[in-house]
Design a protein around this ligand. Sequence first.
Ligand code: SF4
Length: 387
Amino acid sequence: MVDLGIGQREGMAIYVHVPFCPSKCGYCDFNSYAVGQLASGEGIVDRTVRAIIAEIRGSRLAGVPAKTIFFGGGTPTYVSAEQLDELLRAVVETHPPVEGCEITSEANPGTVDASKFASMRASGFNRISLGAQSFLDSDLLRLDRVHRAGDIERAVDSARSAGIENLNLDLMFALPDQSVRAWNQNLARALALAPEHLSLYCLTIEQNTAFYKKQLRNELNLPDDESQRKMYEDCVSVCADHGYGLYEISNFAKAGRECQHNLCYWRGENYAGYGPGAVGCVPVEVDGQWERMRTTNLKHPERYCDAVERGAVVYFEHEILTDEVQEMERIMLGLRLTEGLTVESPNLGKLVDCGWLEECEFGVESRYRLTPEGRHFCSEVALELIP
Ligand code: SF4
């Protein structure tokens, strides 16, 4: 095993990116590809799975324990149960999981059934994150999702019957034409399924998406700022009423069910990324000093497969993180957490006085965190605190 100096004994978060989807959703700017639209057709799926396995098994990080494992995408459940099993086997044989390791796969309710979940549970997945997004078929159609509301309920039932005891539902609010009332009805449908975790994100319109073009043409009737604010505040109060703690600005969990993998990102820990477009942030030795390097793999599945098959470097971008960049990211990410962060800044007093920041205790540390009002101004607060 390579000597990583840091992050070795306690392990690191492992991410596997499966970039395929049945179709491309109008709002999506992830590194995902509708297989039917790829020139290489279905054959690219098997080839990419083989390449990801080869990348994992050839990793210079082999032997570093997996603190958490997360399959994301794309739609990991687009590939077969056998392929998911092979991919997970490659991960655990390369990165022995720590005791109680959280092993998550994202799943699209339209690409799963009871037997797939049963196989995934047998392979070792112990957490499923379902991309529900909405319980209204009209929303799902508008978002170009392949599933319908009934699929979400069926997928939750199937996951539970397969023995999945840790389940997340992803929902989005501030959808086109969505009212505050409709959002609350959505939230109630999600809560009725009693997931252990809820990720509730405000729809953001990203460049290079079909939604961005629609917005330019004035074809998206998005809720106004006041409605969006109310929707978010309802997330916080309704989740609290149902026993879900807000531990990150958009994430709510029953006690002890916080997503351990995402906490690694938000706490600025190391992580390895495998697959097309996967990002990793790992220690490297430069001139006898340990630094952190962020790499981004080739994004297009064909170019990624070509590189793996040639034995070439699979990342196309790398950056040694300077102390300044790490501090900036620590503040931006740490502010999202209810546990807060330690920070020194001449602007602290001003931010506390205006009601956006408050002092809190975390273990023996005295920290700062956003107030409920400050959560609406996370970026503004971060800019004030970044040296
Ligand atoms: S299923 Fe997810 S990753 Fe795939 S296109 Fe839709 S939003 Fe993007």
